[in-house]
Design a protein around this ligand. Structure first.
Ligand code: PLP
Length: 378
């Protein structure tokens, strides 16, 4: 089990590369300030959570007990009684979205899925895989769904059972679709609550909104049927993962029995990562409510700091309420490449994740953006 010198050197070089670049991601929402060293000793075990954590499983090396506590935590955070909920630790936000769309489609097999132009690219893939009828809805300039266009498209389609894909924090502009407005508009159009399905894509903001003073509506208490969050974004994790929570009565519709593991399966994949539920468990057990509040307040303050600095220099920077995504006009290629910024059309953004404890990285970027805008003006 030894490696050649050349292969060891290759690993060493990659180690140095990772150390050097671990905080590169000012354009991406992955937190880098996690510490799961307590869990490193479990890396020698093939932990596999295939199936449902709430049932007995013949595969003994599972971390179901940890996953259960993670799901209790998120049921509480997203305001659904634990016994009425079911969910699991996914591979990431995309799988959670697919799970939500899958439930919506099973409930309304002929329903159309509505999602805005600002929706994450993964939804187009999900729509194809699940073969759901779908409609892309216009967005407002801040990235929120255009409510008038949403209602117009539902009416034009004569859709009786819309499946609404709501963004709780869009990828590019951090915009939050107002699910209260959507539901009010549906009610005015004659829809009853049982006529539609509402999924919340809360990949990043699902771990922000529970900890701010004035959150936009996003919980089960406020009308959602399911929600997906990424574990490797605000929480932080060395392995991509996520959490999905849905209503138990809806999930029961898709459960299948598997004699091979003597359990039921409701999840999308077969074998499931058993390590990531332990990481999510450690993250929630080692952070109090106040810890998350401090962390998120700091990120929001850094975002406002970036907006203020850029605006002071005459650059049209802005952010949505409760968002750590700062949007500004796309700088020259040299600048966005140097800082690994994500760009989209006319705009770029920076995301003030929690590992930017001081403003150094943010300042370096802002200095370059300001210099770039001055040299363009000259
Ligand atoms: C990142 C993101 C996703 C996808 O999440 P993954 O964890 O990368 O699968 C989905 N929706 C939004 C809004 C995102 O920002």
């Amino acid at each position: 089990m030894t490696l050649s010198i050349a292969d060891q050197n290759k690993l060493d070089a990659f180690w140095s590369y990772c150390v050097k670049n671990q905080y590169f991601n000012i354009g991406y929402p992955e937190s880098a300030d996690f510490d799961y060293t307590l869990l490193e000793r479990f890396m020698r075990f093939s932990i596999n959570n295939c199936g449902d954590w709430s049932e007995y499983c013949n595969y003994l090396l599972n971390s179901f007990e940890f996953e259960k506590e993670v799901m209790e935590y998120f049921a509480d955070l997203f305001k659904i009684p634990f016994e009425d909920s079911w969910g699991y630790v996914t591979n990431g936000g995309t799988e959670g979205n697919m799970f939500g769309c899958y439930l919506g489609r099973e409930i309304f097999p002929d329903g159309t899925l509505y999602y805005s132009k600002d929706t994450h690219y993964s939804v187009a893939k999900i729509v194809k895989l699940l073969r759901i009828k779908s409609q892309v809805v216009e967005s407002l300039p801040n990235g929120e769904v255009d409510y008038d266009d949403l209602m117009k498209k539902i009416a034009d389609d004569k859709e009786q059972h819309p499946i609404i894909f709501a963004n709780i924090g869009t990828t590019v502009r951090g915009a939050i679709d107002n699910i209260a407005t959507i539901q009010e508009r549906l009610r005015q159009a004659g829809f009853k609550r049982e006529d539609y399905y509402l999924h919340a894509d809360a990949a990043l903001s699902g771990m922000i909104l529970p900890f701010v003073d004035n959150p936009q509506p996003f919980t089960f208490a406020e009308g959602i049927d399911s929600i997906g969050v990424s574990g490797h974004k605000m929480i932080g994790s060395p392995i991509p993962c996520g959490i999905v929570v849905a209503k138990r009565k809806n999930v029961d519709m898709i459960s299948v029995e598997i004699d091979y593991i003597s359990a039921h399966d409701k999840t999308i994949t077969g074998s499931r990562n058993g390590h990531t539920p332990m990481m999510m468990w450690q993250a929630i057990k080692s952070h109090s409510l106040q810890d998350w509040q401090r962390r998120i307040t700091h990120s929001l303050e850094m975002a406002q700091y970036a907006v203020d600095r850029l605006q002071k220099a005459g650059i049209n920077a802005w952010r949505n309420k409760n968002s750590i995504t700062v949007v500004f006009p796309c700088p020259s290629e040299a600048v966005w490449k140097k800082h690994c910024l994500a760009t989209s059309g006319e705009v770029a953004h920076l995301i003030t994740t929690a590992h930017h404890l001081d403003s150094q990285k943010i300042d370096e970027l802002i200095d370059d953006v300001i210099a770039d805008s001055k040299s363009k003006a000259a």
